[in-house]
Ligand binder design. Structure first.
Ligand code: COA
Length: 376
């Protein structure tokens, strides 16, 4: 038998070639399709989506057409809204998002969704445009209100906030959401993207692959961490208690949400921008309490455990200050990451091979089978 090396958690394993994004974990650098995220934050989420799907930045006119196309895809089938109205208000928004996304192809009433290039792009457009509609509609429905129809005149970021909160956001909130969406859009072979690629590699449809990805993003070690961060800040409640709280958690060998990363050994480059947004929004709202508590926690975790914040850390206080309900933090991550999932599904299908690793068997061998009547 050949020697079998097991790499737990596939750490450091290169599972495929990809041209979507480059992460330099040692230098703390991230670029999408060759463009540094520190530059891309000057643009818009729509521009980032175009870039991820087309491997180049759009010309001005192309961007306008792409925005309009995305806006046209925003409305959700009435049957899906009716379906959501039948769900209990207590249902978790990530579960609702996952369920409704898997119901989109069902609502189309077709037996087979094609996986050719044009059909995949059309489905990606549908999903990217409709994620905000689903999340915002659920927020309204569970609060006993009617969903708000999307406004095609608004940007992707502004329209999401408008459908969720019922009023058009001011420029600071719109910009903050736009930047947050750009920063969360893509991140290589993270768990949910890998999950989308594994599912897609069986040549099933895009909706099914994305349903797998949503289920994976939901976990507290992945996209669910931002909700954990705000829970911690609310539980601590006061900046003077942060250091001691961190000490106790680390002494109890508990993980602190929003810290650590499989790839980055420095500060997550996305956290730099989110930290700024958290501060700016706090100043605009007249309270920087959550921002200041976050900075204190960042310093304490660095000093006591040497860990840096990841993307989920400052996105928590940013979203909280924007008035986004805490259980919509992870769905908001999904509203952005659908862009990256789609780019990876396109890349996977363009040069597909079934993803099927093996395990090293460590279970029993050669046991004697005893018929049930004779077992003790
Ligand atoms: C992101 C994460 C899952 C990466 O996991 P990983 O690469 O498997 O790293 P490990 O969990 O093996 O951690 C390595 C060491 O750092 C510690 N560590 C990692 N993240 C930690 C955290 N958030 N809080 C406290 N300790 C942490 C581990 O306990 C371990 O310490 P030890 O060597 O003393 O036992 C992990 O850092 C984590 O769980 N973070 C919290 C959840 C989170 O914020 N997720 C969002 C990621 S973007």
């Amino acid at each position: 038998m050949t020697t079998q090396t097991v790499t737990k958690g596939l750490e450091g394993v290169i599972a495929a070639e990809s041209a979507v994004c480059l992460i330099d974990g040692e230098a703390g650098e991230l670029s999408y399709r060759g463009y540094d995220i520190h530059d891309l934050v000057q643009g818009s989420f729509e521009e980032t989506v175009f870039l991820l799907w087309n491997d180049r930045l759009p010309a001005k006119r192309e961007l306008e057409e792409f925005r309009a196309d995305l806006a046209r895809h925003r409305p959700l089938d009435d049957r899906l809204i009716t379906f959501m109205k039948g769900l209990p208000a207590e249902a978790a928004p990530m579960d609702v998002l996952r369920t409704v996304v898997s119901a989109i192809p069902v609502s189309k009433g077709v037996s087979q969704i094609e996986t050719d290039e044009a059909s995949v792009k059309e489905a990606a457009m549908d999903l990217t445009a409709q994620f905000p509609t689903i999340v915002a509609a659920w927020e309204r429905i569970r609060s006993g209100e009617e969903p708000i129809a999307p406004d095609p005149e608004l940007s992707h970021a502004a329209n999401y906030l408008y459908m969720m909160r019922g009023e058009r956001p001011g420029p600071v909130a719109e910009r903050a959401m736009d930047v947050a969406l750009i920063l969360h859009a893509e991140h290589g072979f993270n768990a949910s993207t890998f999950s989308a690629r594994v599912t897609s590699a069986t040549v099933t449809d895009v909706y099914t692959a994305v349903t797998s990805a949503i289920g994976t993003l939901k976990g507290p070690l992945h996209g669910g961490a931002n909700e954990g961060v705000i829970k911690n800040l609310l539980e601590i409640g006061d900046i003077d208690k942060v250091e001691e709280w961190v000490r106790q958690k680390l002494a109890a060998k508990e993980k602190i949400m929003g810290f650590g990363h499989r790839v980055y050994r420095t500060m997550d480059p996305r956290a730099v921008h989110l930290r700024k947004l958290s501060q700016e929004l706090g100043e605009e709202a007249g309270t920087t309490k959550w921002y200041e508590m976050s900075v204190k926690m960042m310093e304490a975790v660095k000093e006591q455990k040497g860990l840096n914040p990841n993307v989920d850390f400052f996105s928590a206080s940013t979203y909280y200050t924007m008035g986004i309900p805490t259980d919509l933090f992870t769905p908001t991550f999904a509203v952005s990451r659908i862009a990256g999932w789609s780019a990876h599904i396109m890349e996977q299908l363009a040069d597909n091979r079934l993803i099927r690793p093996r395990s090293r068997y460590i279970g029993h061998k050669d046991l004697e089978y005893v018929p049930v009547e004779k077992r003790q």
